[in-house]
Structure formats: C-alpha cells, structure tokens
Ligand binder design. Structure first.
Ligand code: SAM
Length: 213
C-alpha cells in the first residue's frame, strides 16, 4: 500500500473532469501528488497549452516526474547535422516543480491554477506529521492550506485566468466561498458529487477585482 503519495481517488477524478471542462492556456496543478490529474490534463484538456505540476512533498514530486517521463516521448539530442552522434533523451509530458503552494512562480504566470487541497479536518492530537498526513490534513478547520492558497493564487493568475478548486463539505463550503469573495473571486460550481460522508464540489473562481490580494 502506498504510504507517502496520495493516490487518485474520487476527488482527483472530479478535479480532472473540471480541468478538462474549464482549463485553458498555461496550467499549474498545485499539490499534484501522483501527477495523475496533470497527466489527464495533458491528454484530455484540449484548451490547455502548457502544463506544470507542483507539490511540497519530495515523494510526490518524484512520483509525478516518473509519470511525466512515462507519459512523455523522446527527443533527439543531436547536434542537428544529421550524423549519428545524437541520442534520444526522455522528454517529460509536463514539468514538475517542488513548491509551497504558488510561492516560486512569477506574477501572471498561469491562465489556470487547479488544486485538490488536503482538506480533512484533523484534531492536533491526531496529526501524524508525515507526508501522507500532509496530503490529507487540513488542520483543525480543514482550511489550513485552502486559506493561504486563496490569499496568494491571484498573484500568479494572468488576466482572464481561472482557479479550479476542489471543496469538500467537510472543509466548510461557505467559509471557502466567503474567503474567495474577500479575495476578489466570483465562483461557480463546475461539477459536484455526493457521497455518504461528504459532498465534493469543484469550483471555478474568476477574478472580479484582480487588484484584491
Ligand atoms: C489531496 S492530495 C491531492 C493529490 C492529487 N492532486 C490528486 O488529486 O490526486 C493533496 C496534495 O497537496 C500536497 N500539498 C500539501 N501541502 C502542500 C503545500 N503547502 N504546497 C503544495 N502542495 C502541498 C500534498 O503533498 C498532496 O500531494
């Protein structure tokens, strides 16, 4: 059983569906985990032109990089003069960057930013402090990662850009919407599903006031 990297589940499938429907231009998937959603975007999101995946976990970055290489092709590494000195080298299907949320990325760098955040409300006594816990736990409120993400994502979004964010009913849907509105985003629901213990919605957030950060 995988103990370090979050494996694709229902939430991943919903995020991928929403990215396919609404993603466009340069896409960043924050918290890519195994890279499965990003690979789906490369393959199925016709309006997406360039793709970068990021995660804070080094284990996730390695897994996503492996996936990117497996899904990629090869390119000739020759000197262009047509002789036999060139060798093939692997060309990843997407780039992977180790990053805390959107920290290292340039202003206006992406047209679409997608995130399936760690969101399970977790009592401090139940925190395990390992990489799988960081993939799952949203701290006591469930919004430990969602809040700073909403506070900072506007900076890396190009004009006309869109944020595609998975929200669970366990995270406090209304609190997420309120924070997004405070940060100058309008929202609409792209897909949603109900399960016995939670409902999942994927929101498309678009900026009403790009200057609000
Ligand atoms: C619920 S998993 C989602 C994985 C994958 N996107 C999917 O949908 O299958 C959340 C991911 O966010 C990553 N993560 C946690 N904290 C992060 C942070 N501060 N910055 C970037 N990624 C983070 C975790 O390592 C984990 O891979």
């Amino acid at each position: 059983m995988e103990t370090k990297v979050y494996q694709p589940a229902e939430d991943s499938g919903l995020l991928a569906k929403a990215v396919e429907a609404r993603g466009h231009g340069r896409l960043l998937e924050v918290g890519t985990g195994s890279g499965w959603v990003t690979e789906r975007a490369v393959r199925d999101a016709d309006a997406v032109t360039e793709v970068v995946a990021s995660d804070l976990s080094p284990h996730a970055c390695r897994a996503a990089r492996r996936r990117a290489l497996e899904a990629g092709g090869s390119e000739e590494n020759g000197d262009g003069d047509g002789d036999a000195s060139g060798s093939d080298r692997a060309r990843p299907a997407f780039d992977v960057v180790r990053a805390n949320l959107v920290e290292p990325f340039a202003d206006d760098a992406f047209d679409t930013v997608a995130f399936n955040p760690p969101y399970l409300p977790t009592e401090p006594d139940n925190e395990w402090d390992d990489w799988m816990e960081r993939a799952l736990s949203g701290g006591e409120s469930g919004r430990k990662l969602v809040d700073p993400f909403l506070d900072t994502v506007g900076r890396v979004l190009a004009p006309g850009g869109i944020v595609i964010l998975l929200v669970s009913s366990l995270t406090g849907y209304d609190a997420v919407i309120e924070r997004a509105e405070d940060r100058g985003f309008d929202h609409e629901v792209v897909v949603e599903e109900s399960y016995p213990f939670e409902s999942l919605s994927v929101l498309a957030l678009t900026q009403t006031s790009p200057d609000v950060q």
